[in-house]
Design a protein around this ligand. Structure first.
Ligand code: PEP
Ligand code: MG
Length: 330
């Protein structure tokens, strides 16, 4: 079985009805690029840059250290695109260094809803500017995209875009190499789906983080064991938000990808491709199994079935019934 999946590496992910699908890798360290290439990924859809910031002795990585890491990832991907997510610390990904709120001796009430990800970045402009400079400098060595995590508000996008404009100007003035970088937002908070038509006017692409989208939609802390049984990717609200996001982005002519755990779980492949998704990003080890599902998928037949699942009272049951049957016919 392993050998058979390994042979899929050079097979493009194309559905039975000829729809091309991009399978990207999620990575946490530049050295993970090798596994991404080995798995046949067509790029890195999510480089979780916060891993450069975690497990340190109280300091933060310098601009040069970050630049070297991003450059190594870009070079490791041999010309394929690398989507670098700006630092997403907080909640389930704590910094060893005390958080800003802790430094002010404030008690953090609810880390998942606290000063994390883009909120923290915008509250630490010196740190954030260094990261943006490092990312733009790495763009001189390959195809880099920039992804902003946990966006809830258009102002967060505006502020980040303004900082990137200043960083680019500084690099230009200093004669430091860089290229233009596509900028996207993560859709992880239901409010972002509601205002997506506005956000889409300002960004080049979106990437849906289902791990957090499920957490914030269902009000289930993803780190709380006591409510883990209520964490449900099949909840109709989650599926509606997913479909809406994919559909809105496609209608706006913007690229859309899913980079949460759902993208790497073959149990959701038919559902996602039937919602119109053509780009997935996942742990490299999941790529062959998802590709195998895609090679047997027929989007023409899946689309009406997925619409039926979206309307049903029990989407999990409907998917088992409709997609199970679909698999037998196909
Ligand atoms: C997500 O929330 O789905 C995601 C991809 O980001 P992370 O798991 O790193 O929060
Ligand atoms: Mg997330």
């Amino acid at each position: 079985e392993r050998a058979r999946l390994a042979r899929l590496r050079f097979t493009p992910a194309v559905t039975l009805d000829g729809q091309k699908v991009e399978l990207h890798a999620n990575i946490e360290q530049p050295s993970d690029a090798a596994a991404a290439i080995d798995a046949g990924a067509v790029g890195v859809g999510l480089f979780r840059s916060e891993f450069l910031f975690m497990n340190r002795q109280g300091d933060l990585p310098s601009e040069d250290e970050q630049f070297e890491a991003y450059k190594a990832a870009v070079e490791g991907m041999k010309g394929l695109p690398v989507t670098i997510r700006t630092v997403d610390v907080g909640a389930d990904k704590p910094l060893d260094r005390l958080s800003a709120a802790e430094l002010r001796h404030e008690h953090v009430l609810n880390p998942a809803m606290g000063l994390r990800a883009i909120r923290w970045c915008l509250s630490e402009p010196t740190m954030f500017r260094q990261q943006l400079r490092a990312i733009y400098r790495a763009s001189a060595f390959g195809k880099v995209k920039l992804l902003i995590p946990m966006v809830a508000h258009l102002n967060e996008v505006r502020a980040t875009l303004e900082m990137t404009r200043r960083v680019k100007q500084q690099l230009l003035d200093a004669g430091i190499g860089h290229t233009d970088v596509q900028i996207g937002v993560m859709v992880e908070i239901p409010a972002a789906v509601v205002v997506l038509p506005l956000l889409l006017k300002h960004v080049d692409f979106i990437s849906i983080g289902t791990n957090d989208l499920i957490q914030y939609t269902l009000a289930i802390d993803r780190a709380d064991e006591a409510v883990a049984h209520l964490y449900d990717p099949w909840h109709p609200a989650v599926l509606q938000l997913l479909f809406q996001s994919i559909d809105l982005a496609r209608r706006a002519g913007k690229d859309v990808s899913v980079c949460g755990e759902m993208a790497g779980d073959p149990a959701f492949t038919d559902l996602l491709v039937g919602m119109g998704l053509r780009s997935f990003s996942m742990h490299p080890t999941q790529i062959p199994a998802v590709k195998q599902r895609l090679l047997r998928a027929d989007t023409q037949r899946l689309e009406p079935l997925v619409q039926e699942i979206l309307k049903s009272e029990d989407p999990k049951e409907a998917a088992d019934r409709l997609l199970g049957g679909y698999m037998q016919i196909a």
